[in-house]
Design a protein around this ligand. Structure first.
Ligand SMILES: CC(C)(C)c1cccc(C(=O)NCC2(NC(=O)c3cccc4nocc34)CCCC2)c1
Length: 247
């Protein structure tokens, strides 16, 4: 897969995608990336990439022409069709389902905003979709682009080793939050490892982990599951938990 990133700080993404799974995927040729800086395409001796907003108000807006030239150069760099995504607070929330869809494409182009954003005419003319990584104010779209790169890279065939794939599958599997994890020592002034995990009883351990995931998801992110859609076994685990809690 090829990912082009249009950003005033292309090195930022490159660094964020240089280590770990993403770095390895790039080394293995599973993922190629290239940054494109609109400033390299800005005219005039000030090489302007932004200007004041019509209608007044604070801040600056990214100019159309440098973006259009950078996007054209990126498109021309590879014959494969490209999905152009503007990382934006006005975008649809990024979900794992969307990540899976994007990971299957041959090419992505991620546009990162700065200042107050991008001239709307450019977005209307050139952008296929807008995606948001969450509802908070950021200084630029680069962190969001790095999130997409990481999530998509993990799904490239061969990016993860068998063990890592199993972890990814367990995370992705049923959309539940993760169960608690423990490692050595068994005893610690911060507490003791739950006995079930020391029992060697793999069926009980699997049940306990499932129960913990279910309870945590219901307690912390009820929006992630529809209790009515739970299977009989899951409903039993929740009932047992509630009985234990005297709930
Ligand atoms: C969400 C809410 C708090 C209501 C809000 C309302 C209005 C503006 C902003 C805001 O952050 N504007 C600044 C910019 N933000 C992002 O690029 C950005 C922010 C968040 C998630 C993202 N996912 O991708 C890109 C994202 C846009 C131009 C430069 C950075 C945020």
């Amino acid at each position: 897969m090829r990912i082009d990133v249009v950003s005033l700080f292309p090195d930022f993404i490159d660094q964020a995608a240089a280590v770990g799974v993403v770095g390895r995927a790039r080394e293995r040729g599973l993922l190629t990336m290239q940054g494109w800086n609109p400033r390299d395409y800005a005219e005039g001796n000030y090489r302007r990439v932004d200007d004041r907003p019509f209608g007044g108000g604070p801040g600056m807006v990214m100019l159309i022409e440098p973006l259009r030239a950078a996007l054209a150069a990126a498109r021309a760099a590879d014959p494969a069709p490209v999905r152009v995504i503007y990382m934006s607070p006005q975008g649809r929330p990024l979900t794992q389902a969307k990540v899976r869809e994007l990971a299957a494409l041959p090419r992505l182009l991620l546009l990162c905003g700065r200042y107050e954003g991008v001239d709307e005419r450019f977005l209307q003319a050139e952008i296929d979709e807008e995606l948001s990584i969450g509802d908070y104010v950021l200084s630029g779209g680069e962190l969001a682009a790095a999130v997409v790169v990481d999530a998509v890279a993990r799904l490239q065939d061969g990016a993860l080793g068998d063990a890592e794939s199993a972890v990814q599958d367990s995370f992705e599997g049923d959309g539940l939050l993760d169960c608690p994890h423990y490692t050595r020592p068994v005893e610690h002034d911060m507490g003791r490892v739950p006995d079930v995990l020391l029992s060697g009883n793999h069926a009980e351990i699997a049940k306990w982990r499932r129960q913990q995931s279910l309870v945590r998801t219901l307690e912390r992110r009820p929006d992630l599951i529809d209790e009515t859609a739970l299977g009989k076994a899951d409903r039993r685990l929740l009932a047992a938990w509630r009985a234990e809690q005297g709930g």
